[in-house]
Ligand binder design. Structure first.
Ligand code: PRT
Ligand code: MG
Length: 218
C-alpha cells in the first residue's frame, strides 16, 4: 500500500450493489463478492483502490477519521452522524427511500396530535425525529431502537415510529400506515476533507465519474 492508496467504505447489501455500477463507470471493478467472502478489505481491478466493508451507520465514522478516504452512506445515516469532518459532494440518487412517521392502522394520529397528546415514538433516527416533532410543536418521548421499529406499535412500546419506507410492504404486512412523509432519502458520496487535498487528482476523477453516472440514475 502506497500512501496514494485510496480506500472506499461501503456497506453490504443495497449500498454495495447500487454503488457497483458507479464504480464500473469510473473503470473500477470489485474483484470479490462481500456476500461470499469473509474479507473486510476487498481488492479492486485498480491496485491503488480498495474497498472496506463496514456497517452502514459506521461509514461516516471511517471517513471522518480518514480510515477511509471516501464512502457511500444514506442521508438518514449522515443526518444522525452529523457530518463532522466530511465533505459531502454528491447525491448519488441510489438506495432511495423516504423517512416517514407510521402508526398502527387503528391509531388516530391526527386526533392525538390535535389534542396535544404526548406521543411515544420509537426510532433509530432520534435526531431527525426530534427535529421533526419539535418543528410541529408535538411533544414526544423518543425511544431509541436499533432495528425492527415496525414492532413498536404492535406490542405497545410506542404510539408511532419514524422509519424508512421504500415499497411500503413492511408497513402493510404489519398493519401499519404512513401518516407523515418527513423527507426523501438517497445515498451520498462523502469524502474525508484532508484526503481531498492530499489525494485530489485521483479522488477527483473518481468523484467526477460517480457524478456523471449518478446523474443518469436520476
Ligand atoms: O441492516 P443494518 O442494520 O446493517 O444497517 P442498515 O439497515 O442501516 O443498512 P441497509 O443496508 O439495510 O441500508 C443502507 C441504506 O439504504 C440506509 O441507510 C438507507 O439510506 C437506504 N435504504 C433504502 C433503506 C431502504 N431503502 C429500506 N427500505 N434502508 C432500510 N430500509 C428498510 C426499512 O428500514 C424498513 O425496515 O426496509 C424496510 C422497508 O422497506 P419496504 O420496501 O418494505 O418499504
Ligand atoms: Mg437494514
Amino acid at each position: 500500500m502506497t500512501d496514494q492508496t485510496i480506500t472506499l467504505a461501503l456497506s453490504k447489501g443495497r449500498i454495495f450493489e447500487e454503488t457497483l455500477p458507479l464504480l464500473k463507470a469510473a473503470g473500477i471493478e470489485v474483484t470479490e463478492d462481500p456476500e461470499k467472502s469473509r474479507k473486510l478489505i476487498l481488492p479492486t481491478s485498480d491496485p491503488q483502490i480498495r474497498v472496506v466493508i463496514v456497517r452502514a451507520s459506521d461509514v461516516p465514522t471511517y471517513v471522518q477519521y480518514g480510515a477511509a478516504d471516501f464512502g457511500v452512506a444514506g442521508k438518514d445515516v449522515l443526518l444522525e452522524h452529523g457530518g463532522e469532518g466530511l465533505y459531502q459532494p454528491i447525491d448519488l440518487h441510489i438506495a432511495k427511500c423516504r423517512m416517514s412517521v407510521a402508526v398502527h392502522s387503528g391509531f388516530d394520529y391526527a386526533n392525538a396530535v390535535r389534542q396535544g397528546a404526548r406521543l411515544r415514538v420509537a426510532t433509530k433516527y432520534v435526531q431527525v425525529a426530534r427535529e421533526h416533532f419539535a418543528e410541529k410543536g408535538v411533544h414526544v418521548d423518543l425511544i431509541k431502537l436499533y432495528g425492527s421499529m415496525e414492532l413498536g406499535p404492535l406490542v405497545g412500546l410506542s404510539d408511532a415510529i419514524v422509519d424508512l419506507v421504500s415499497t411500503g410492504s413492511t408497513l402493510r404486512a404489519n398493519n401499519l400506515v404512513e401518516v407523515e412523509h418527513i423527507m426523501d432519502i438517497s445515498a451520498r458520496l462523502v469524502v474525508n476533507r484532508a484526503a481531498l487535498k492530499l489525494k485530489r487528482e485521483k479522488l477527483q476523477s473518481i468523484i467526477d465519474a460517480f457524478d456523471r453516472a449518478s446523474r443518469s440514475e436520476k
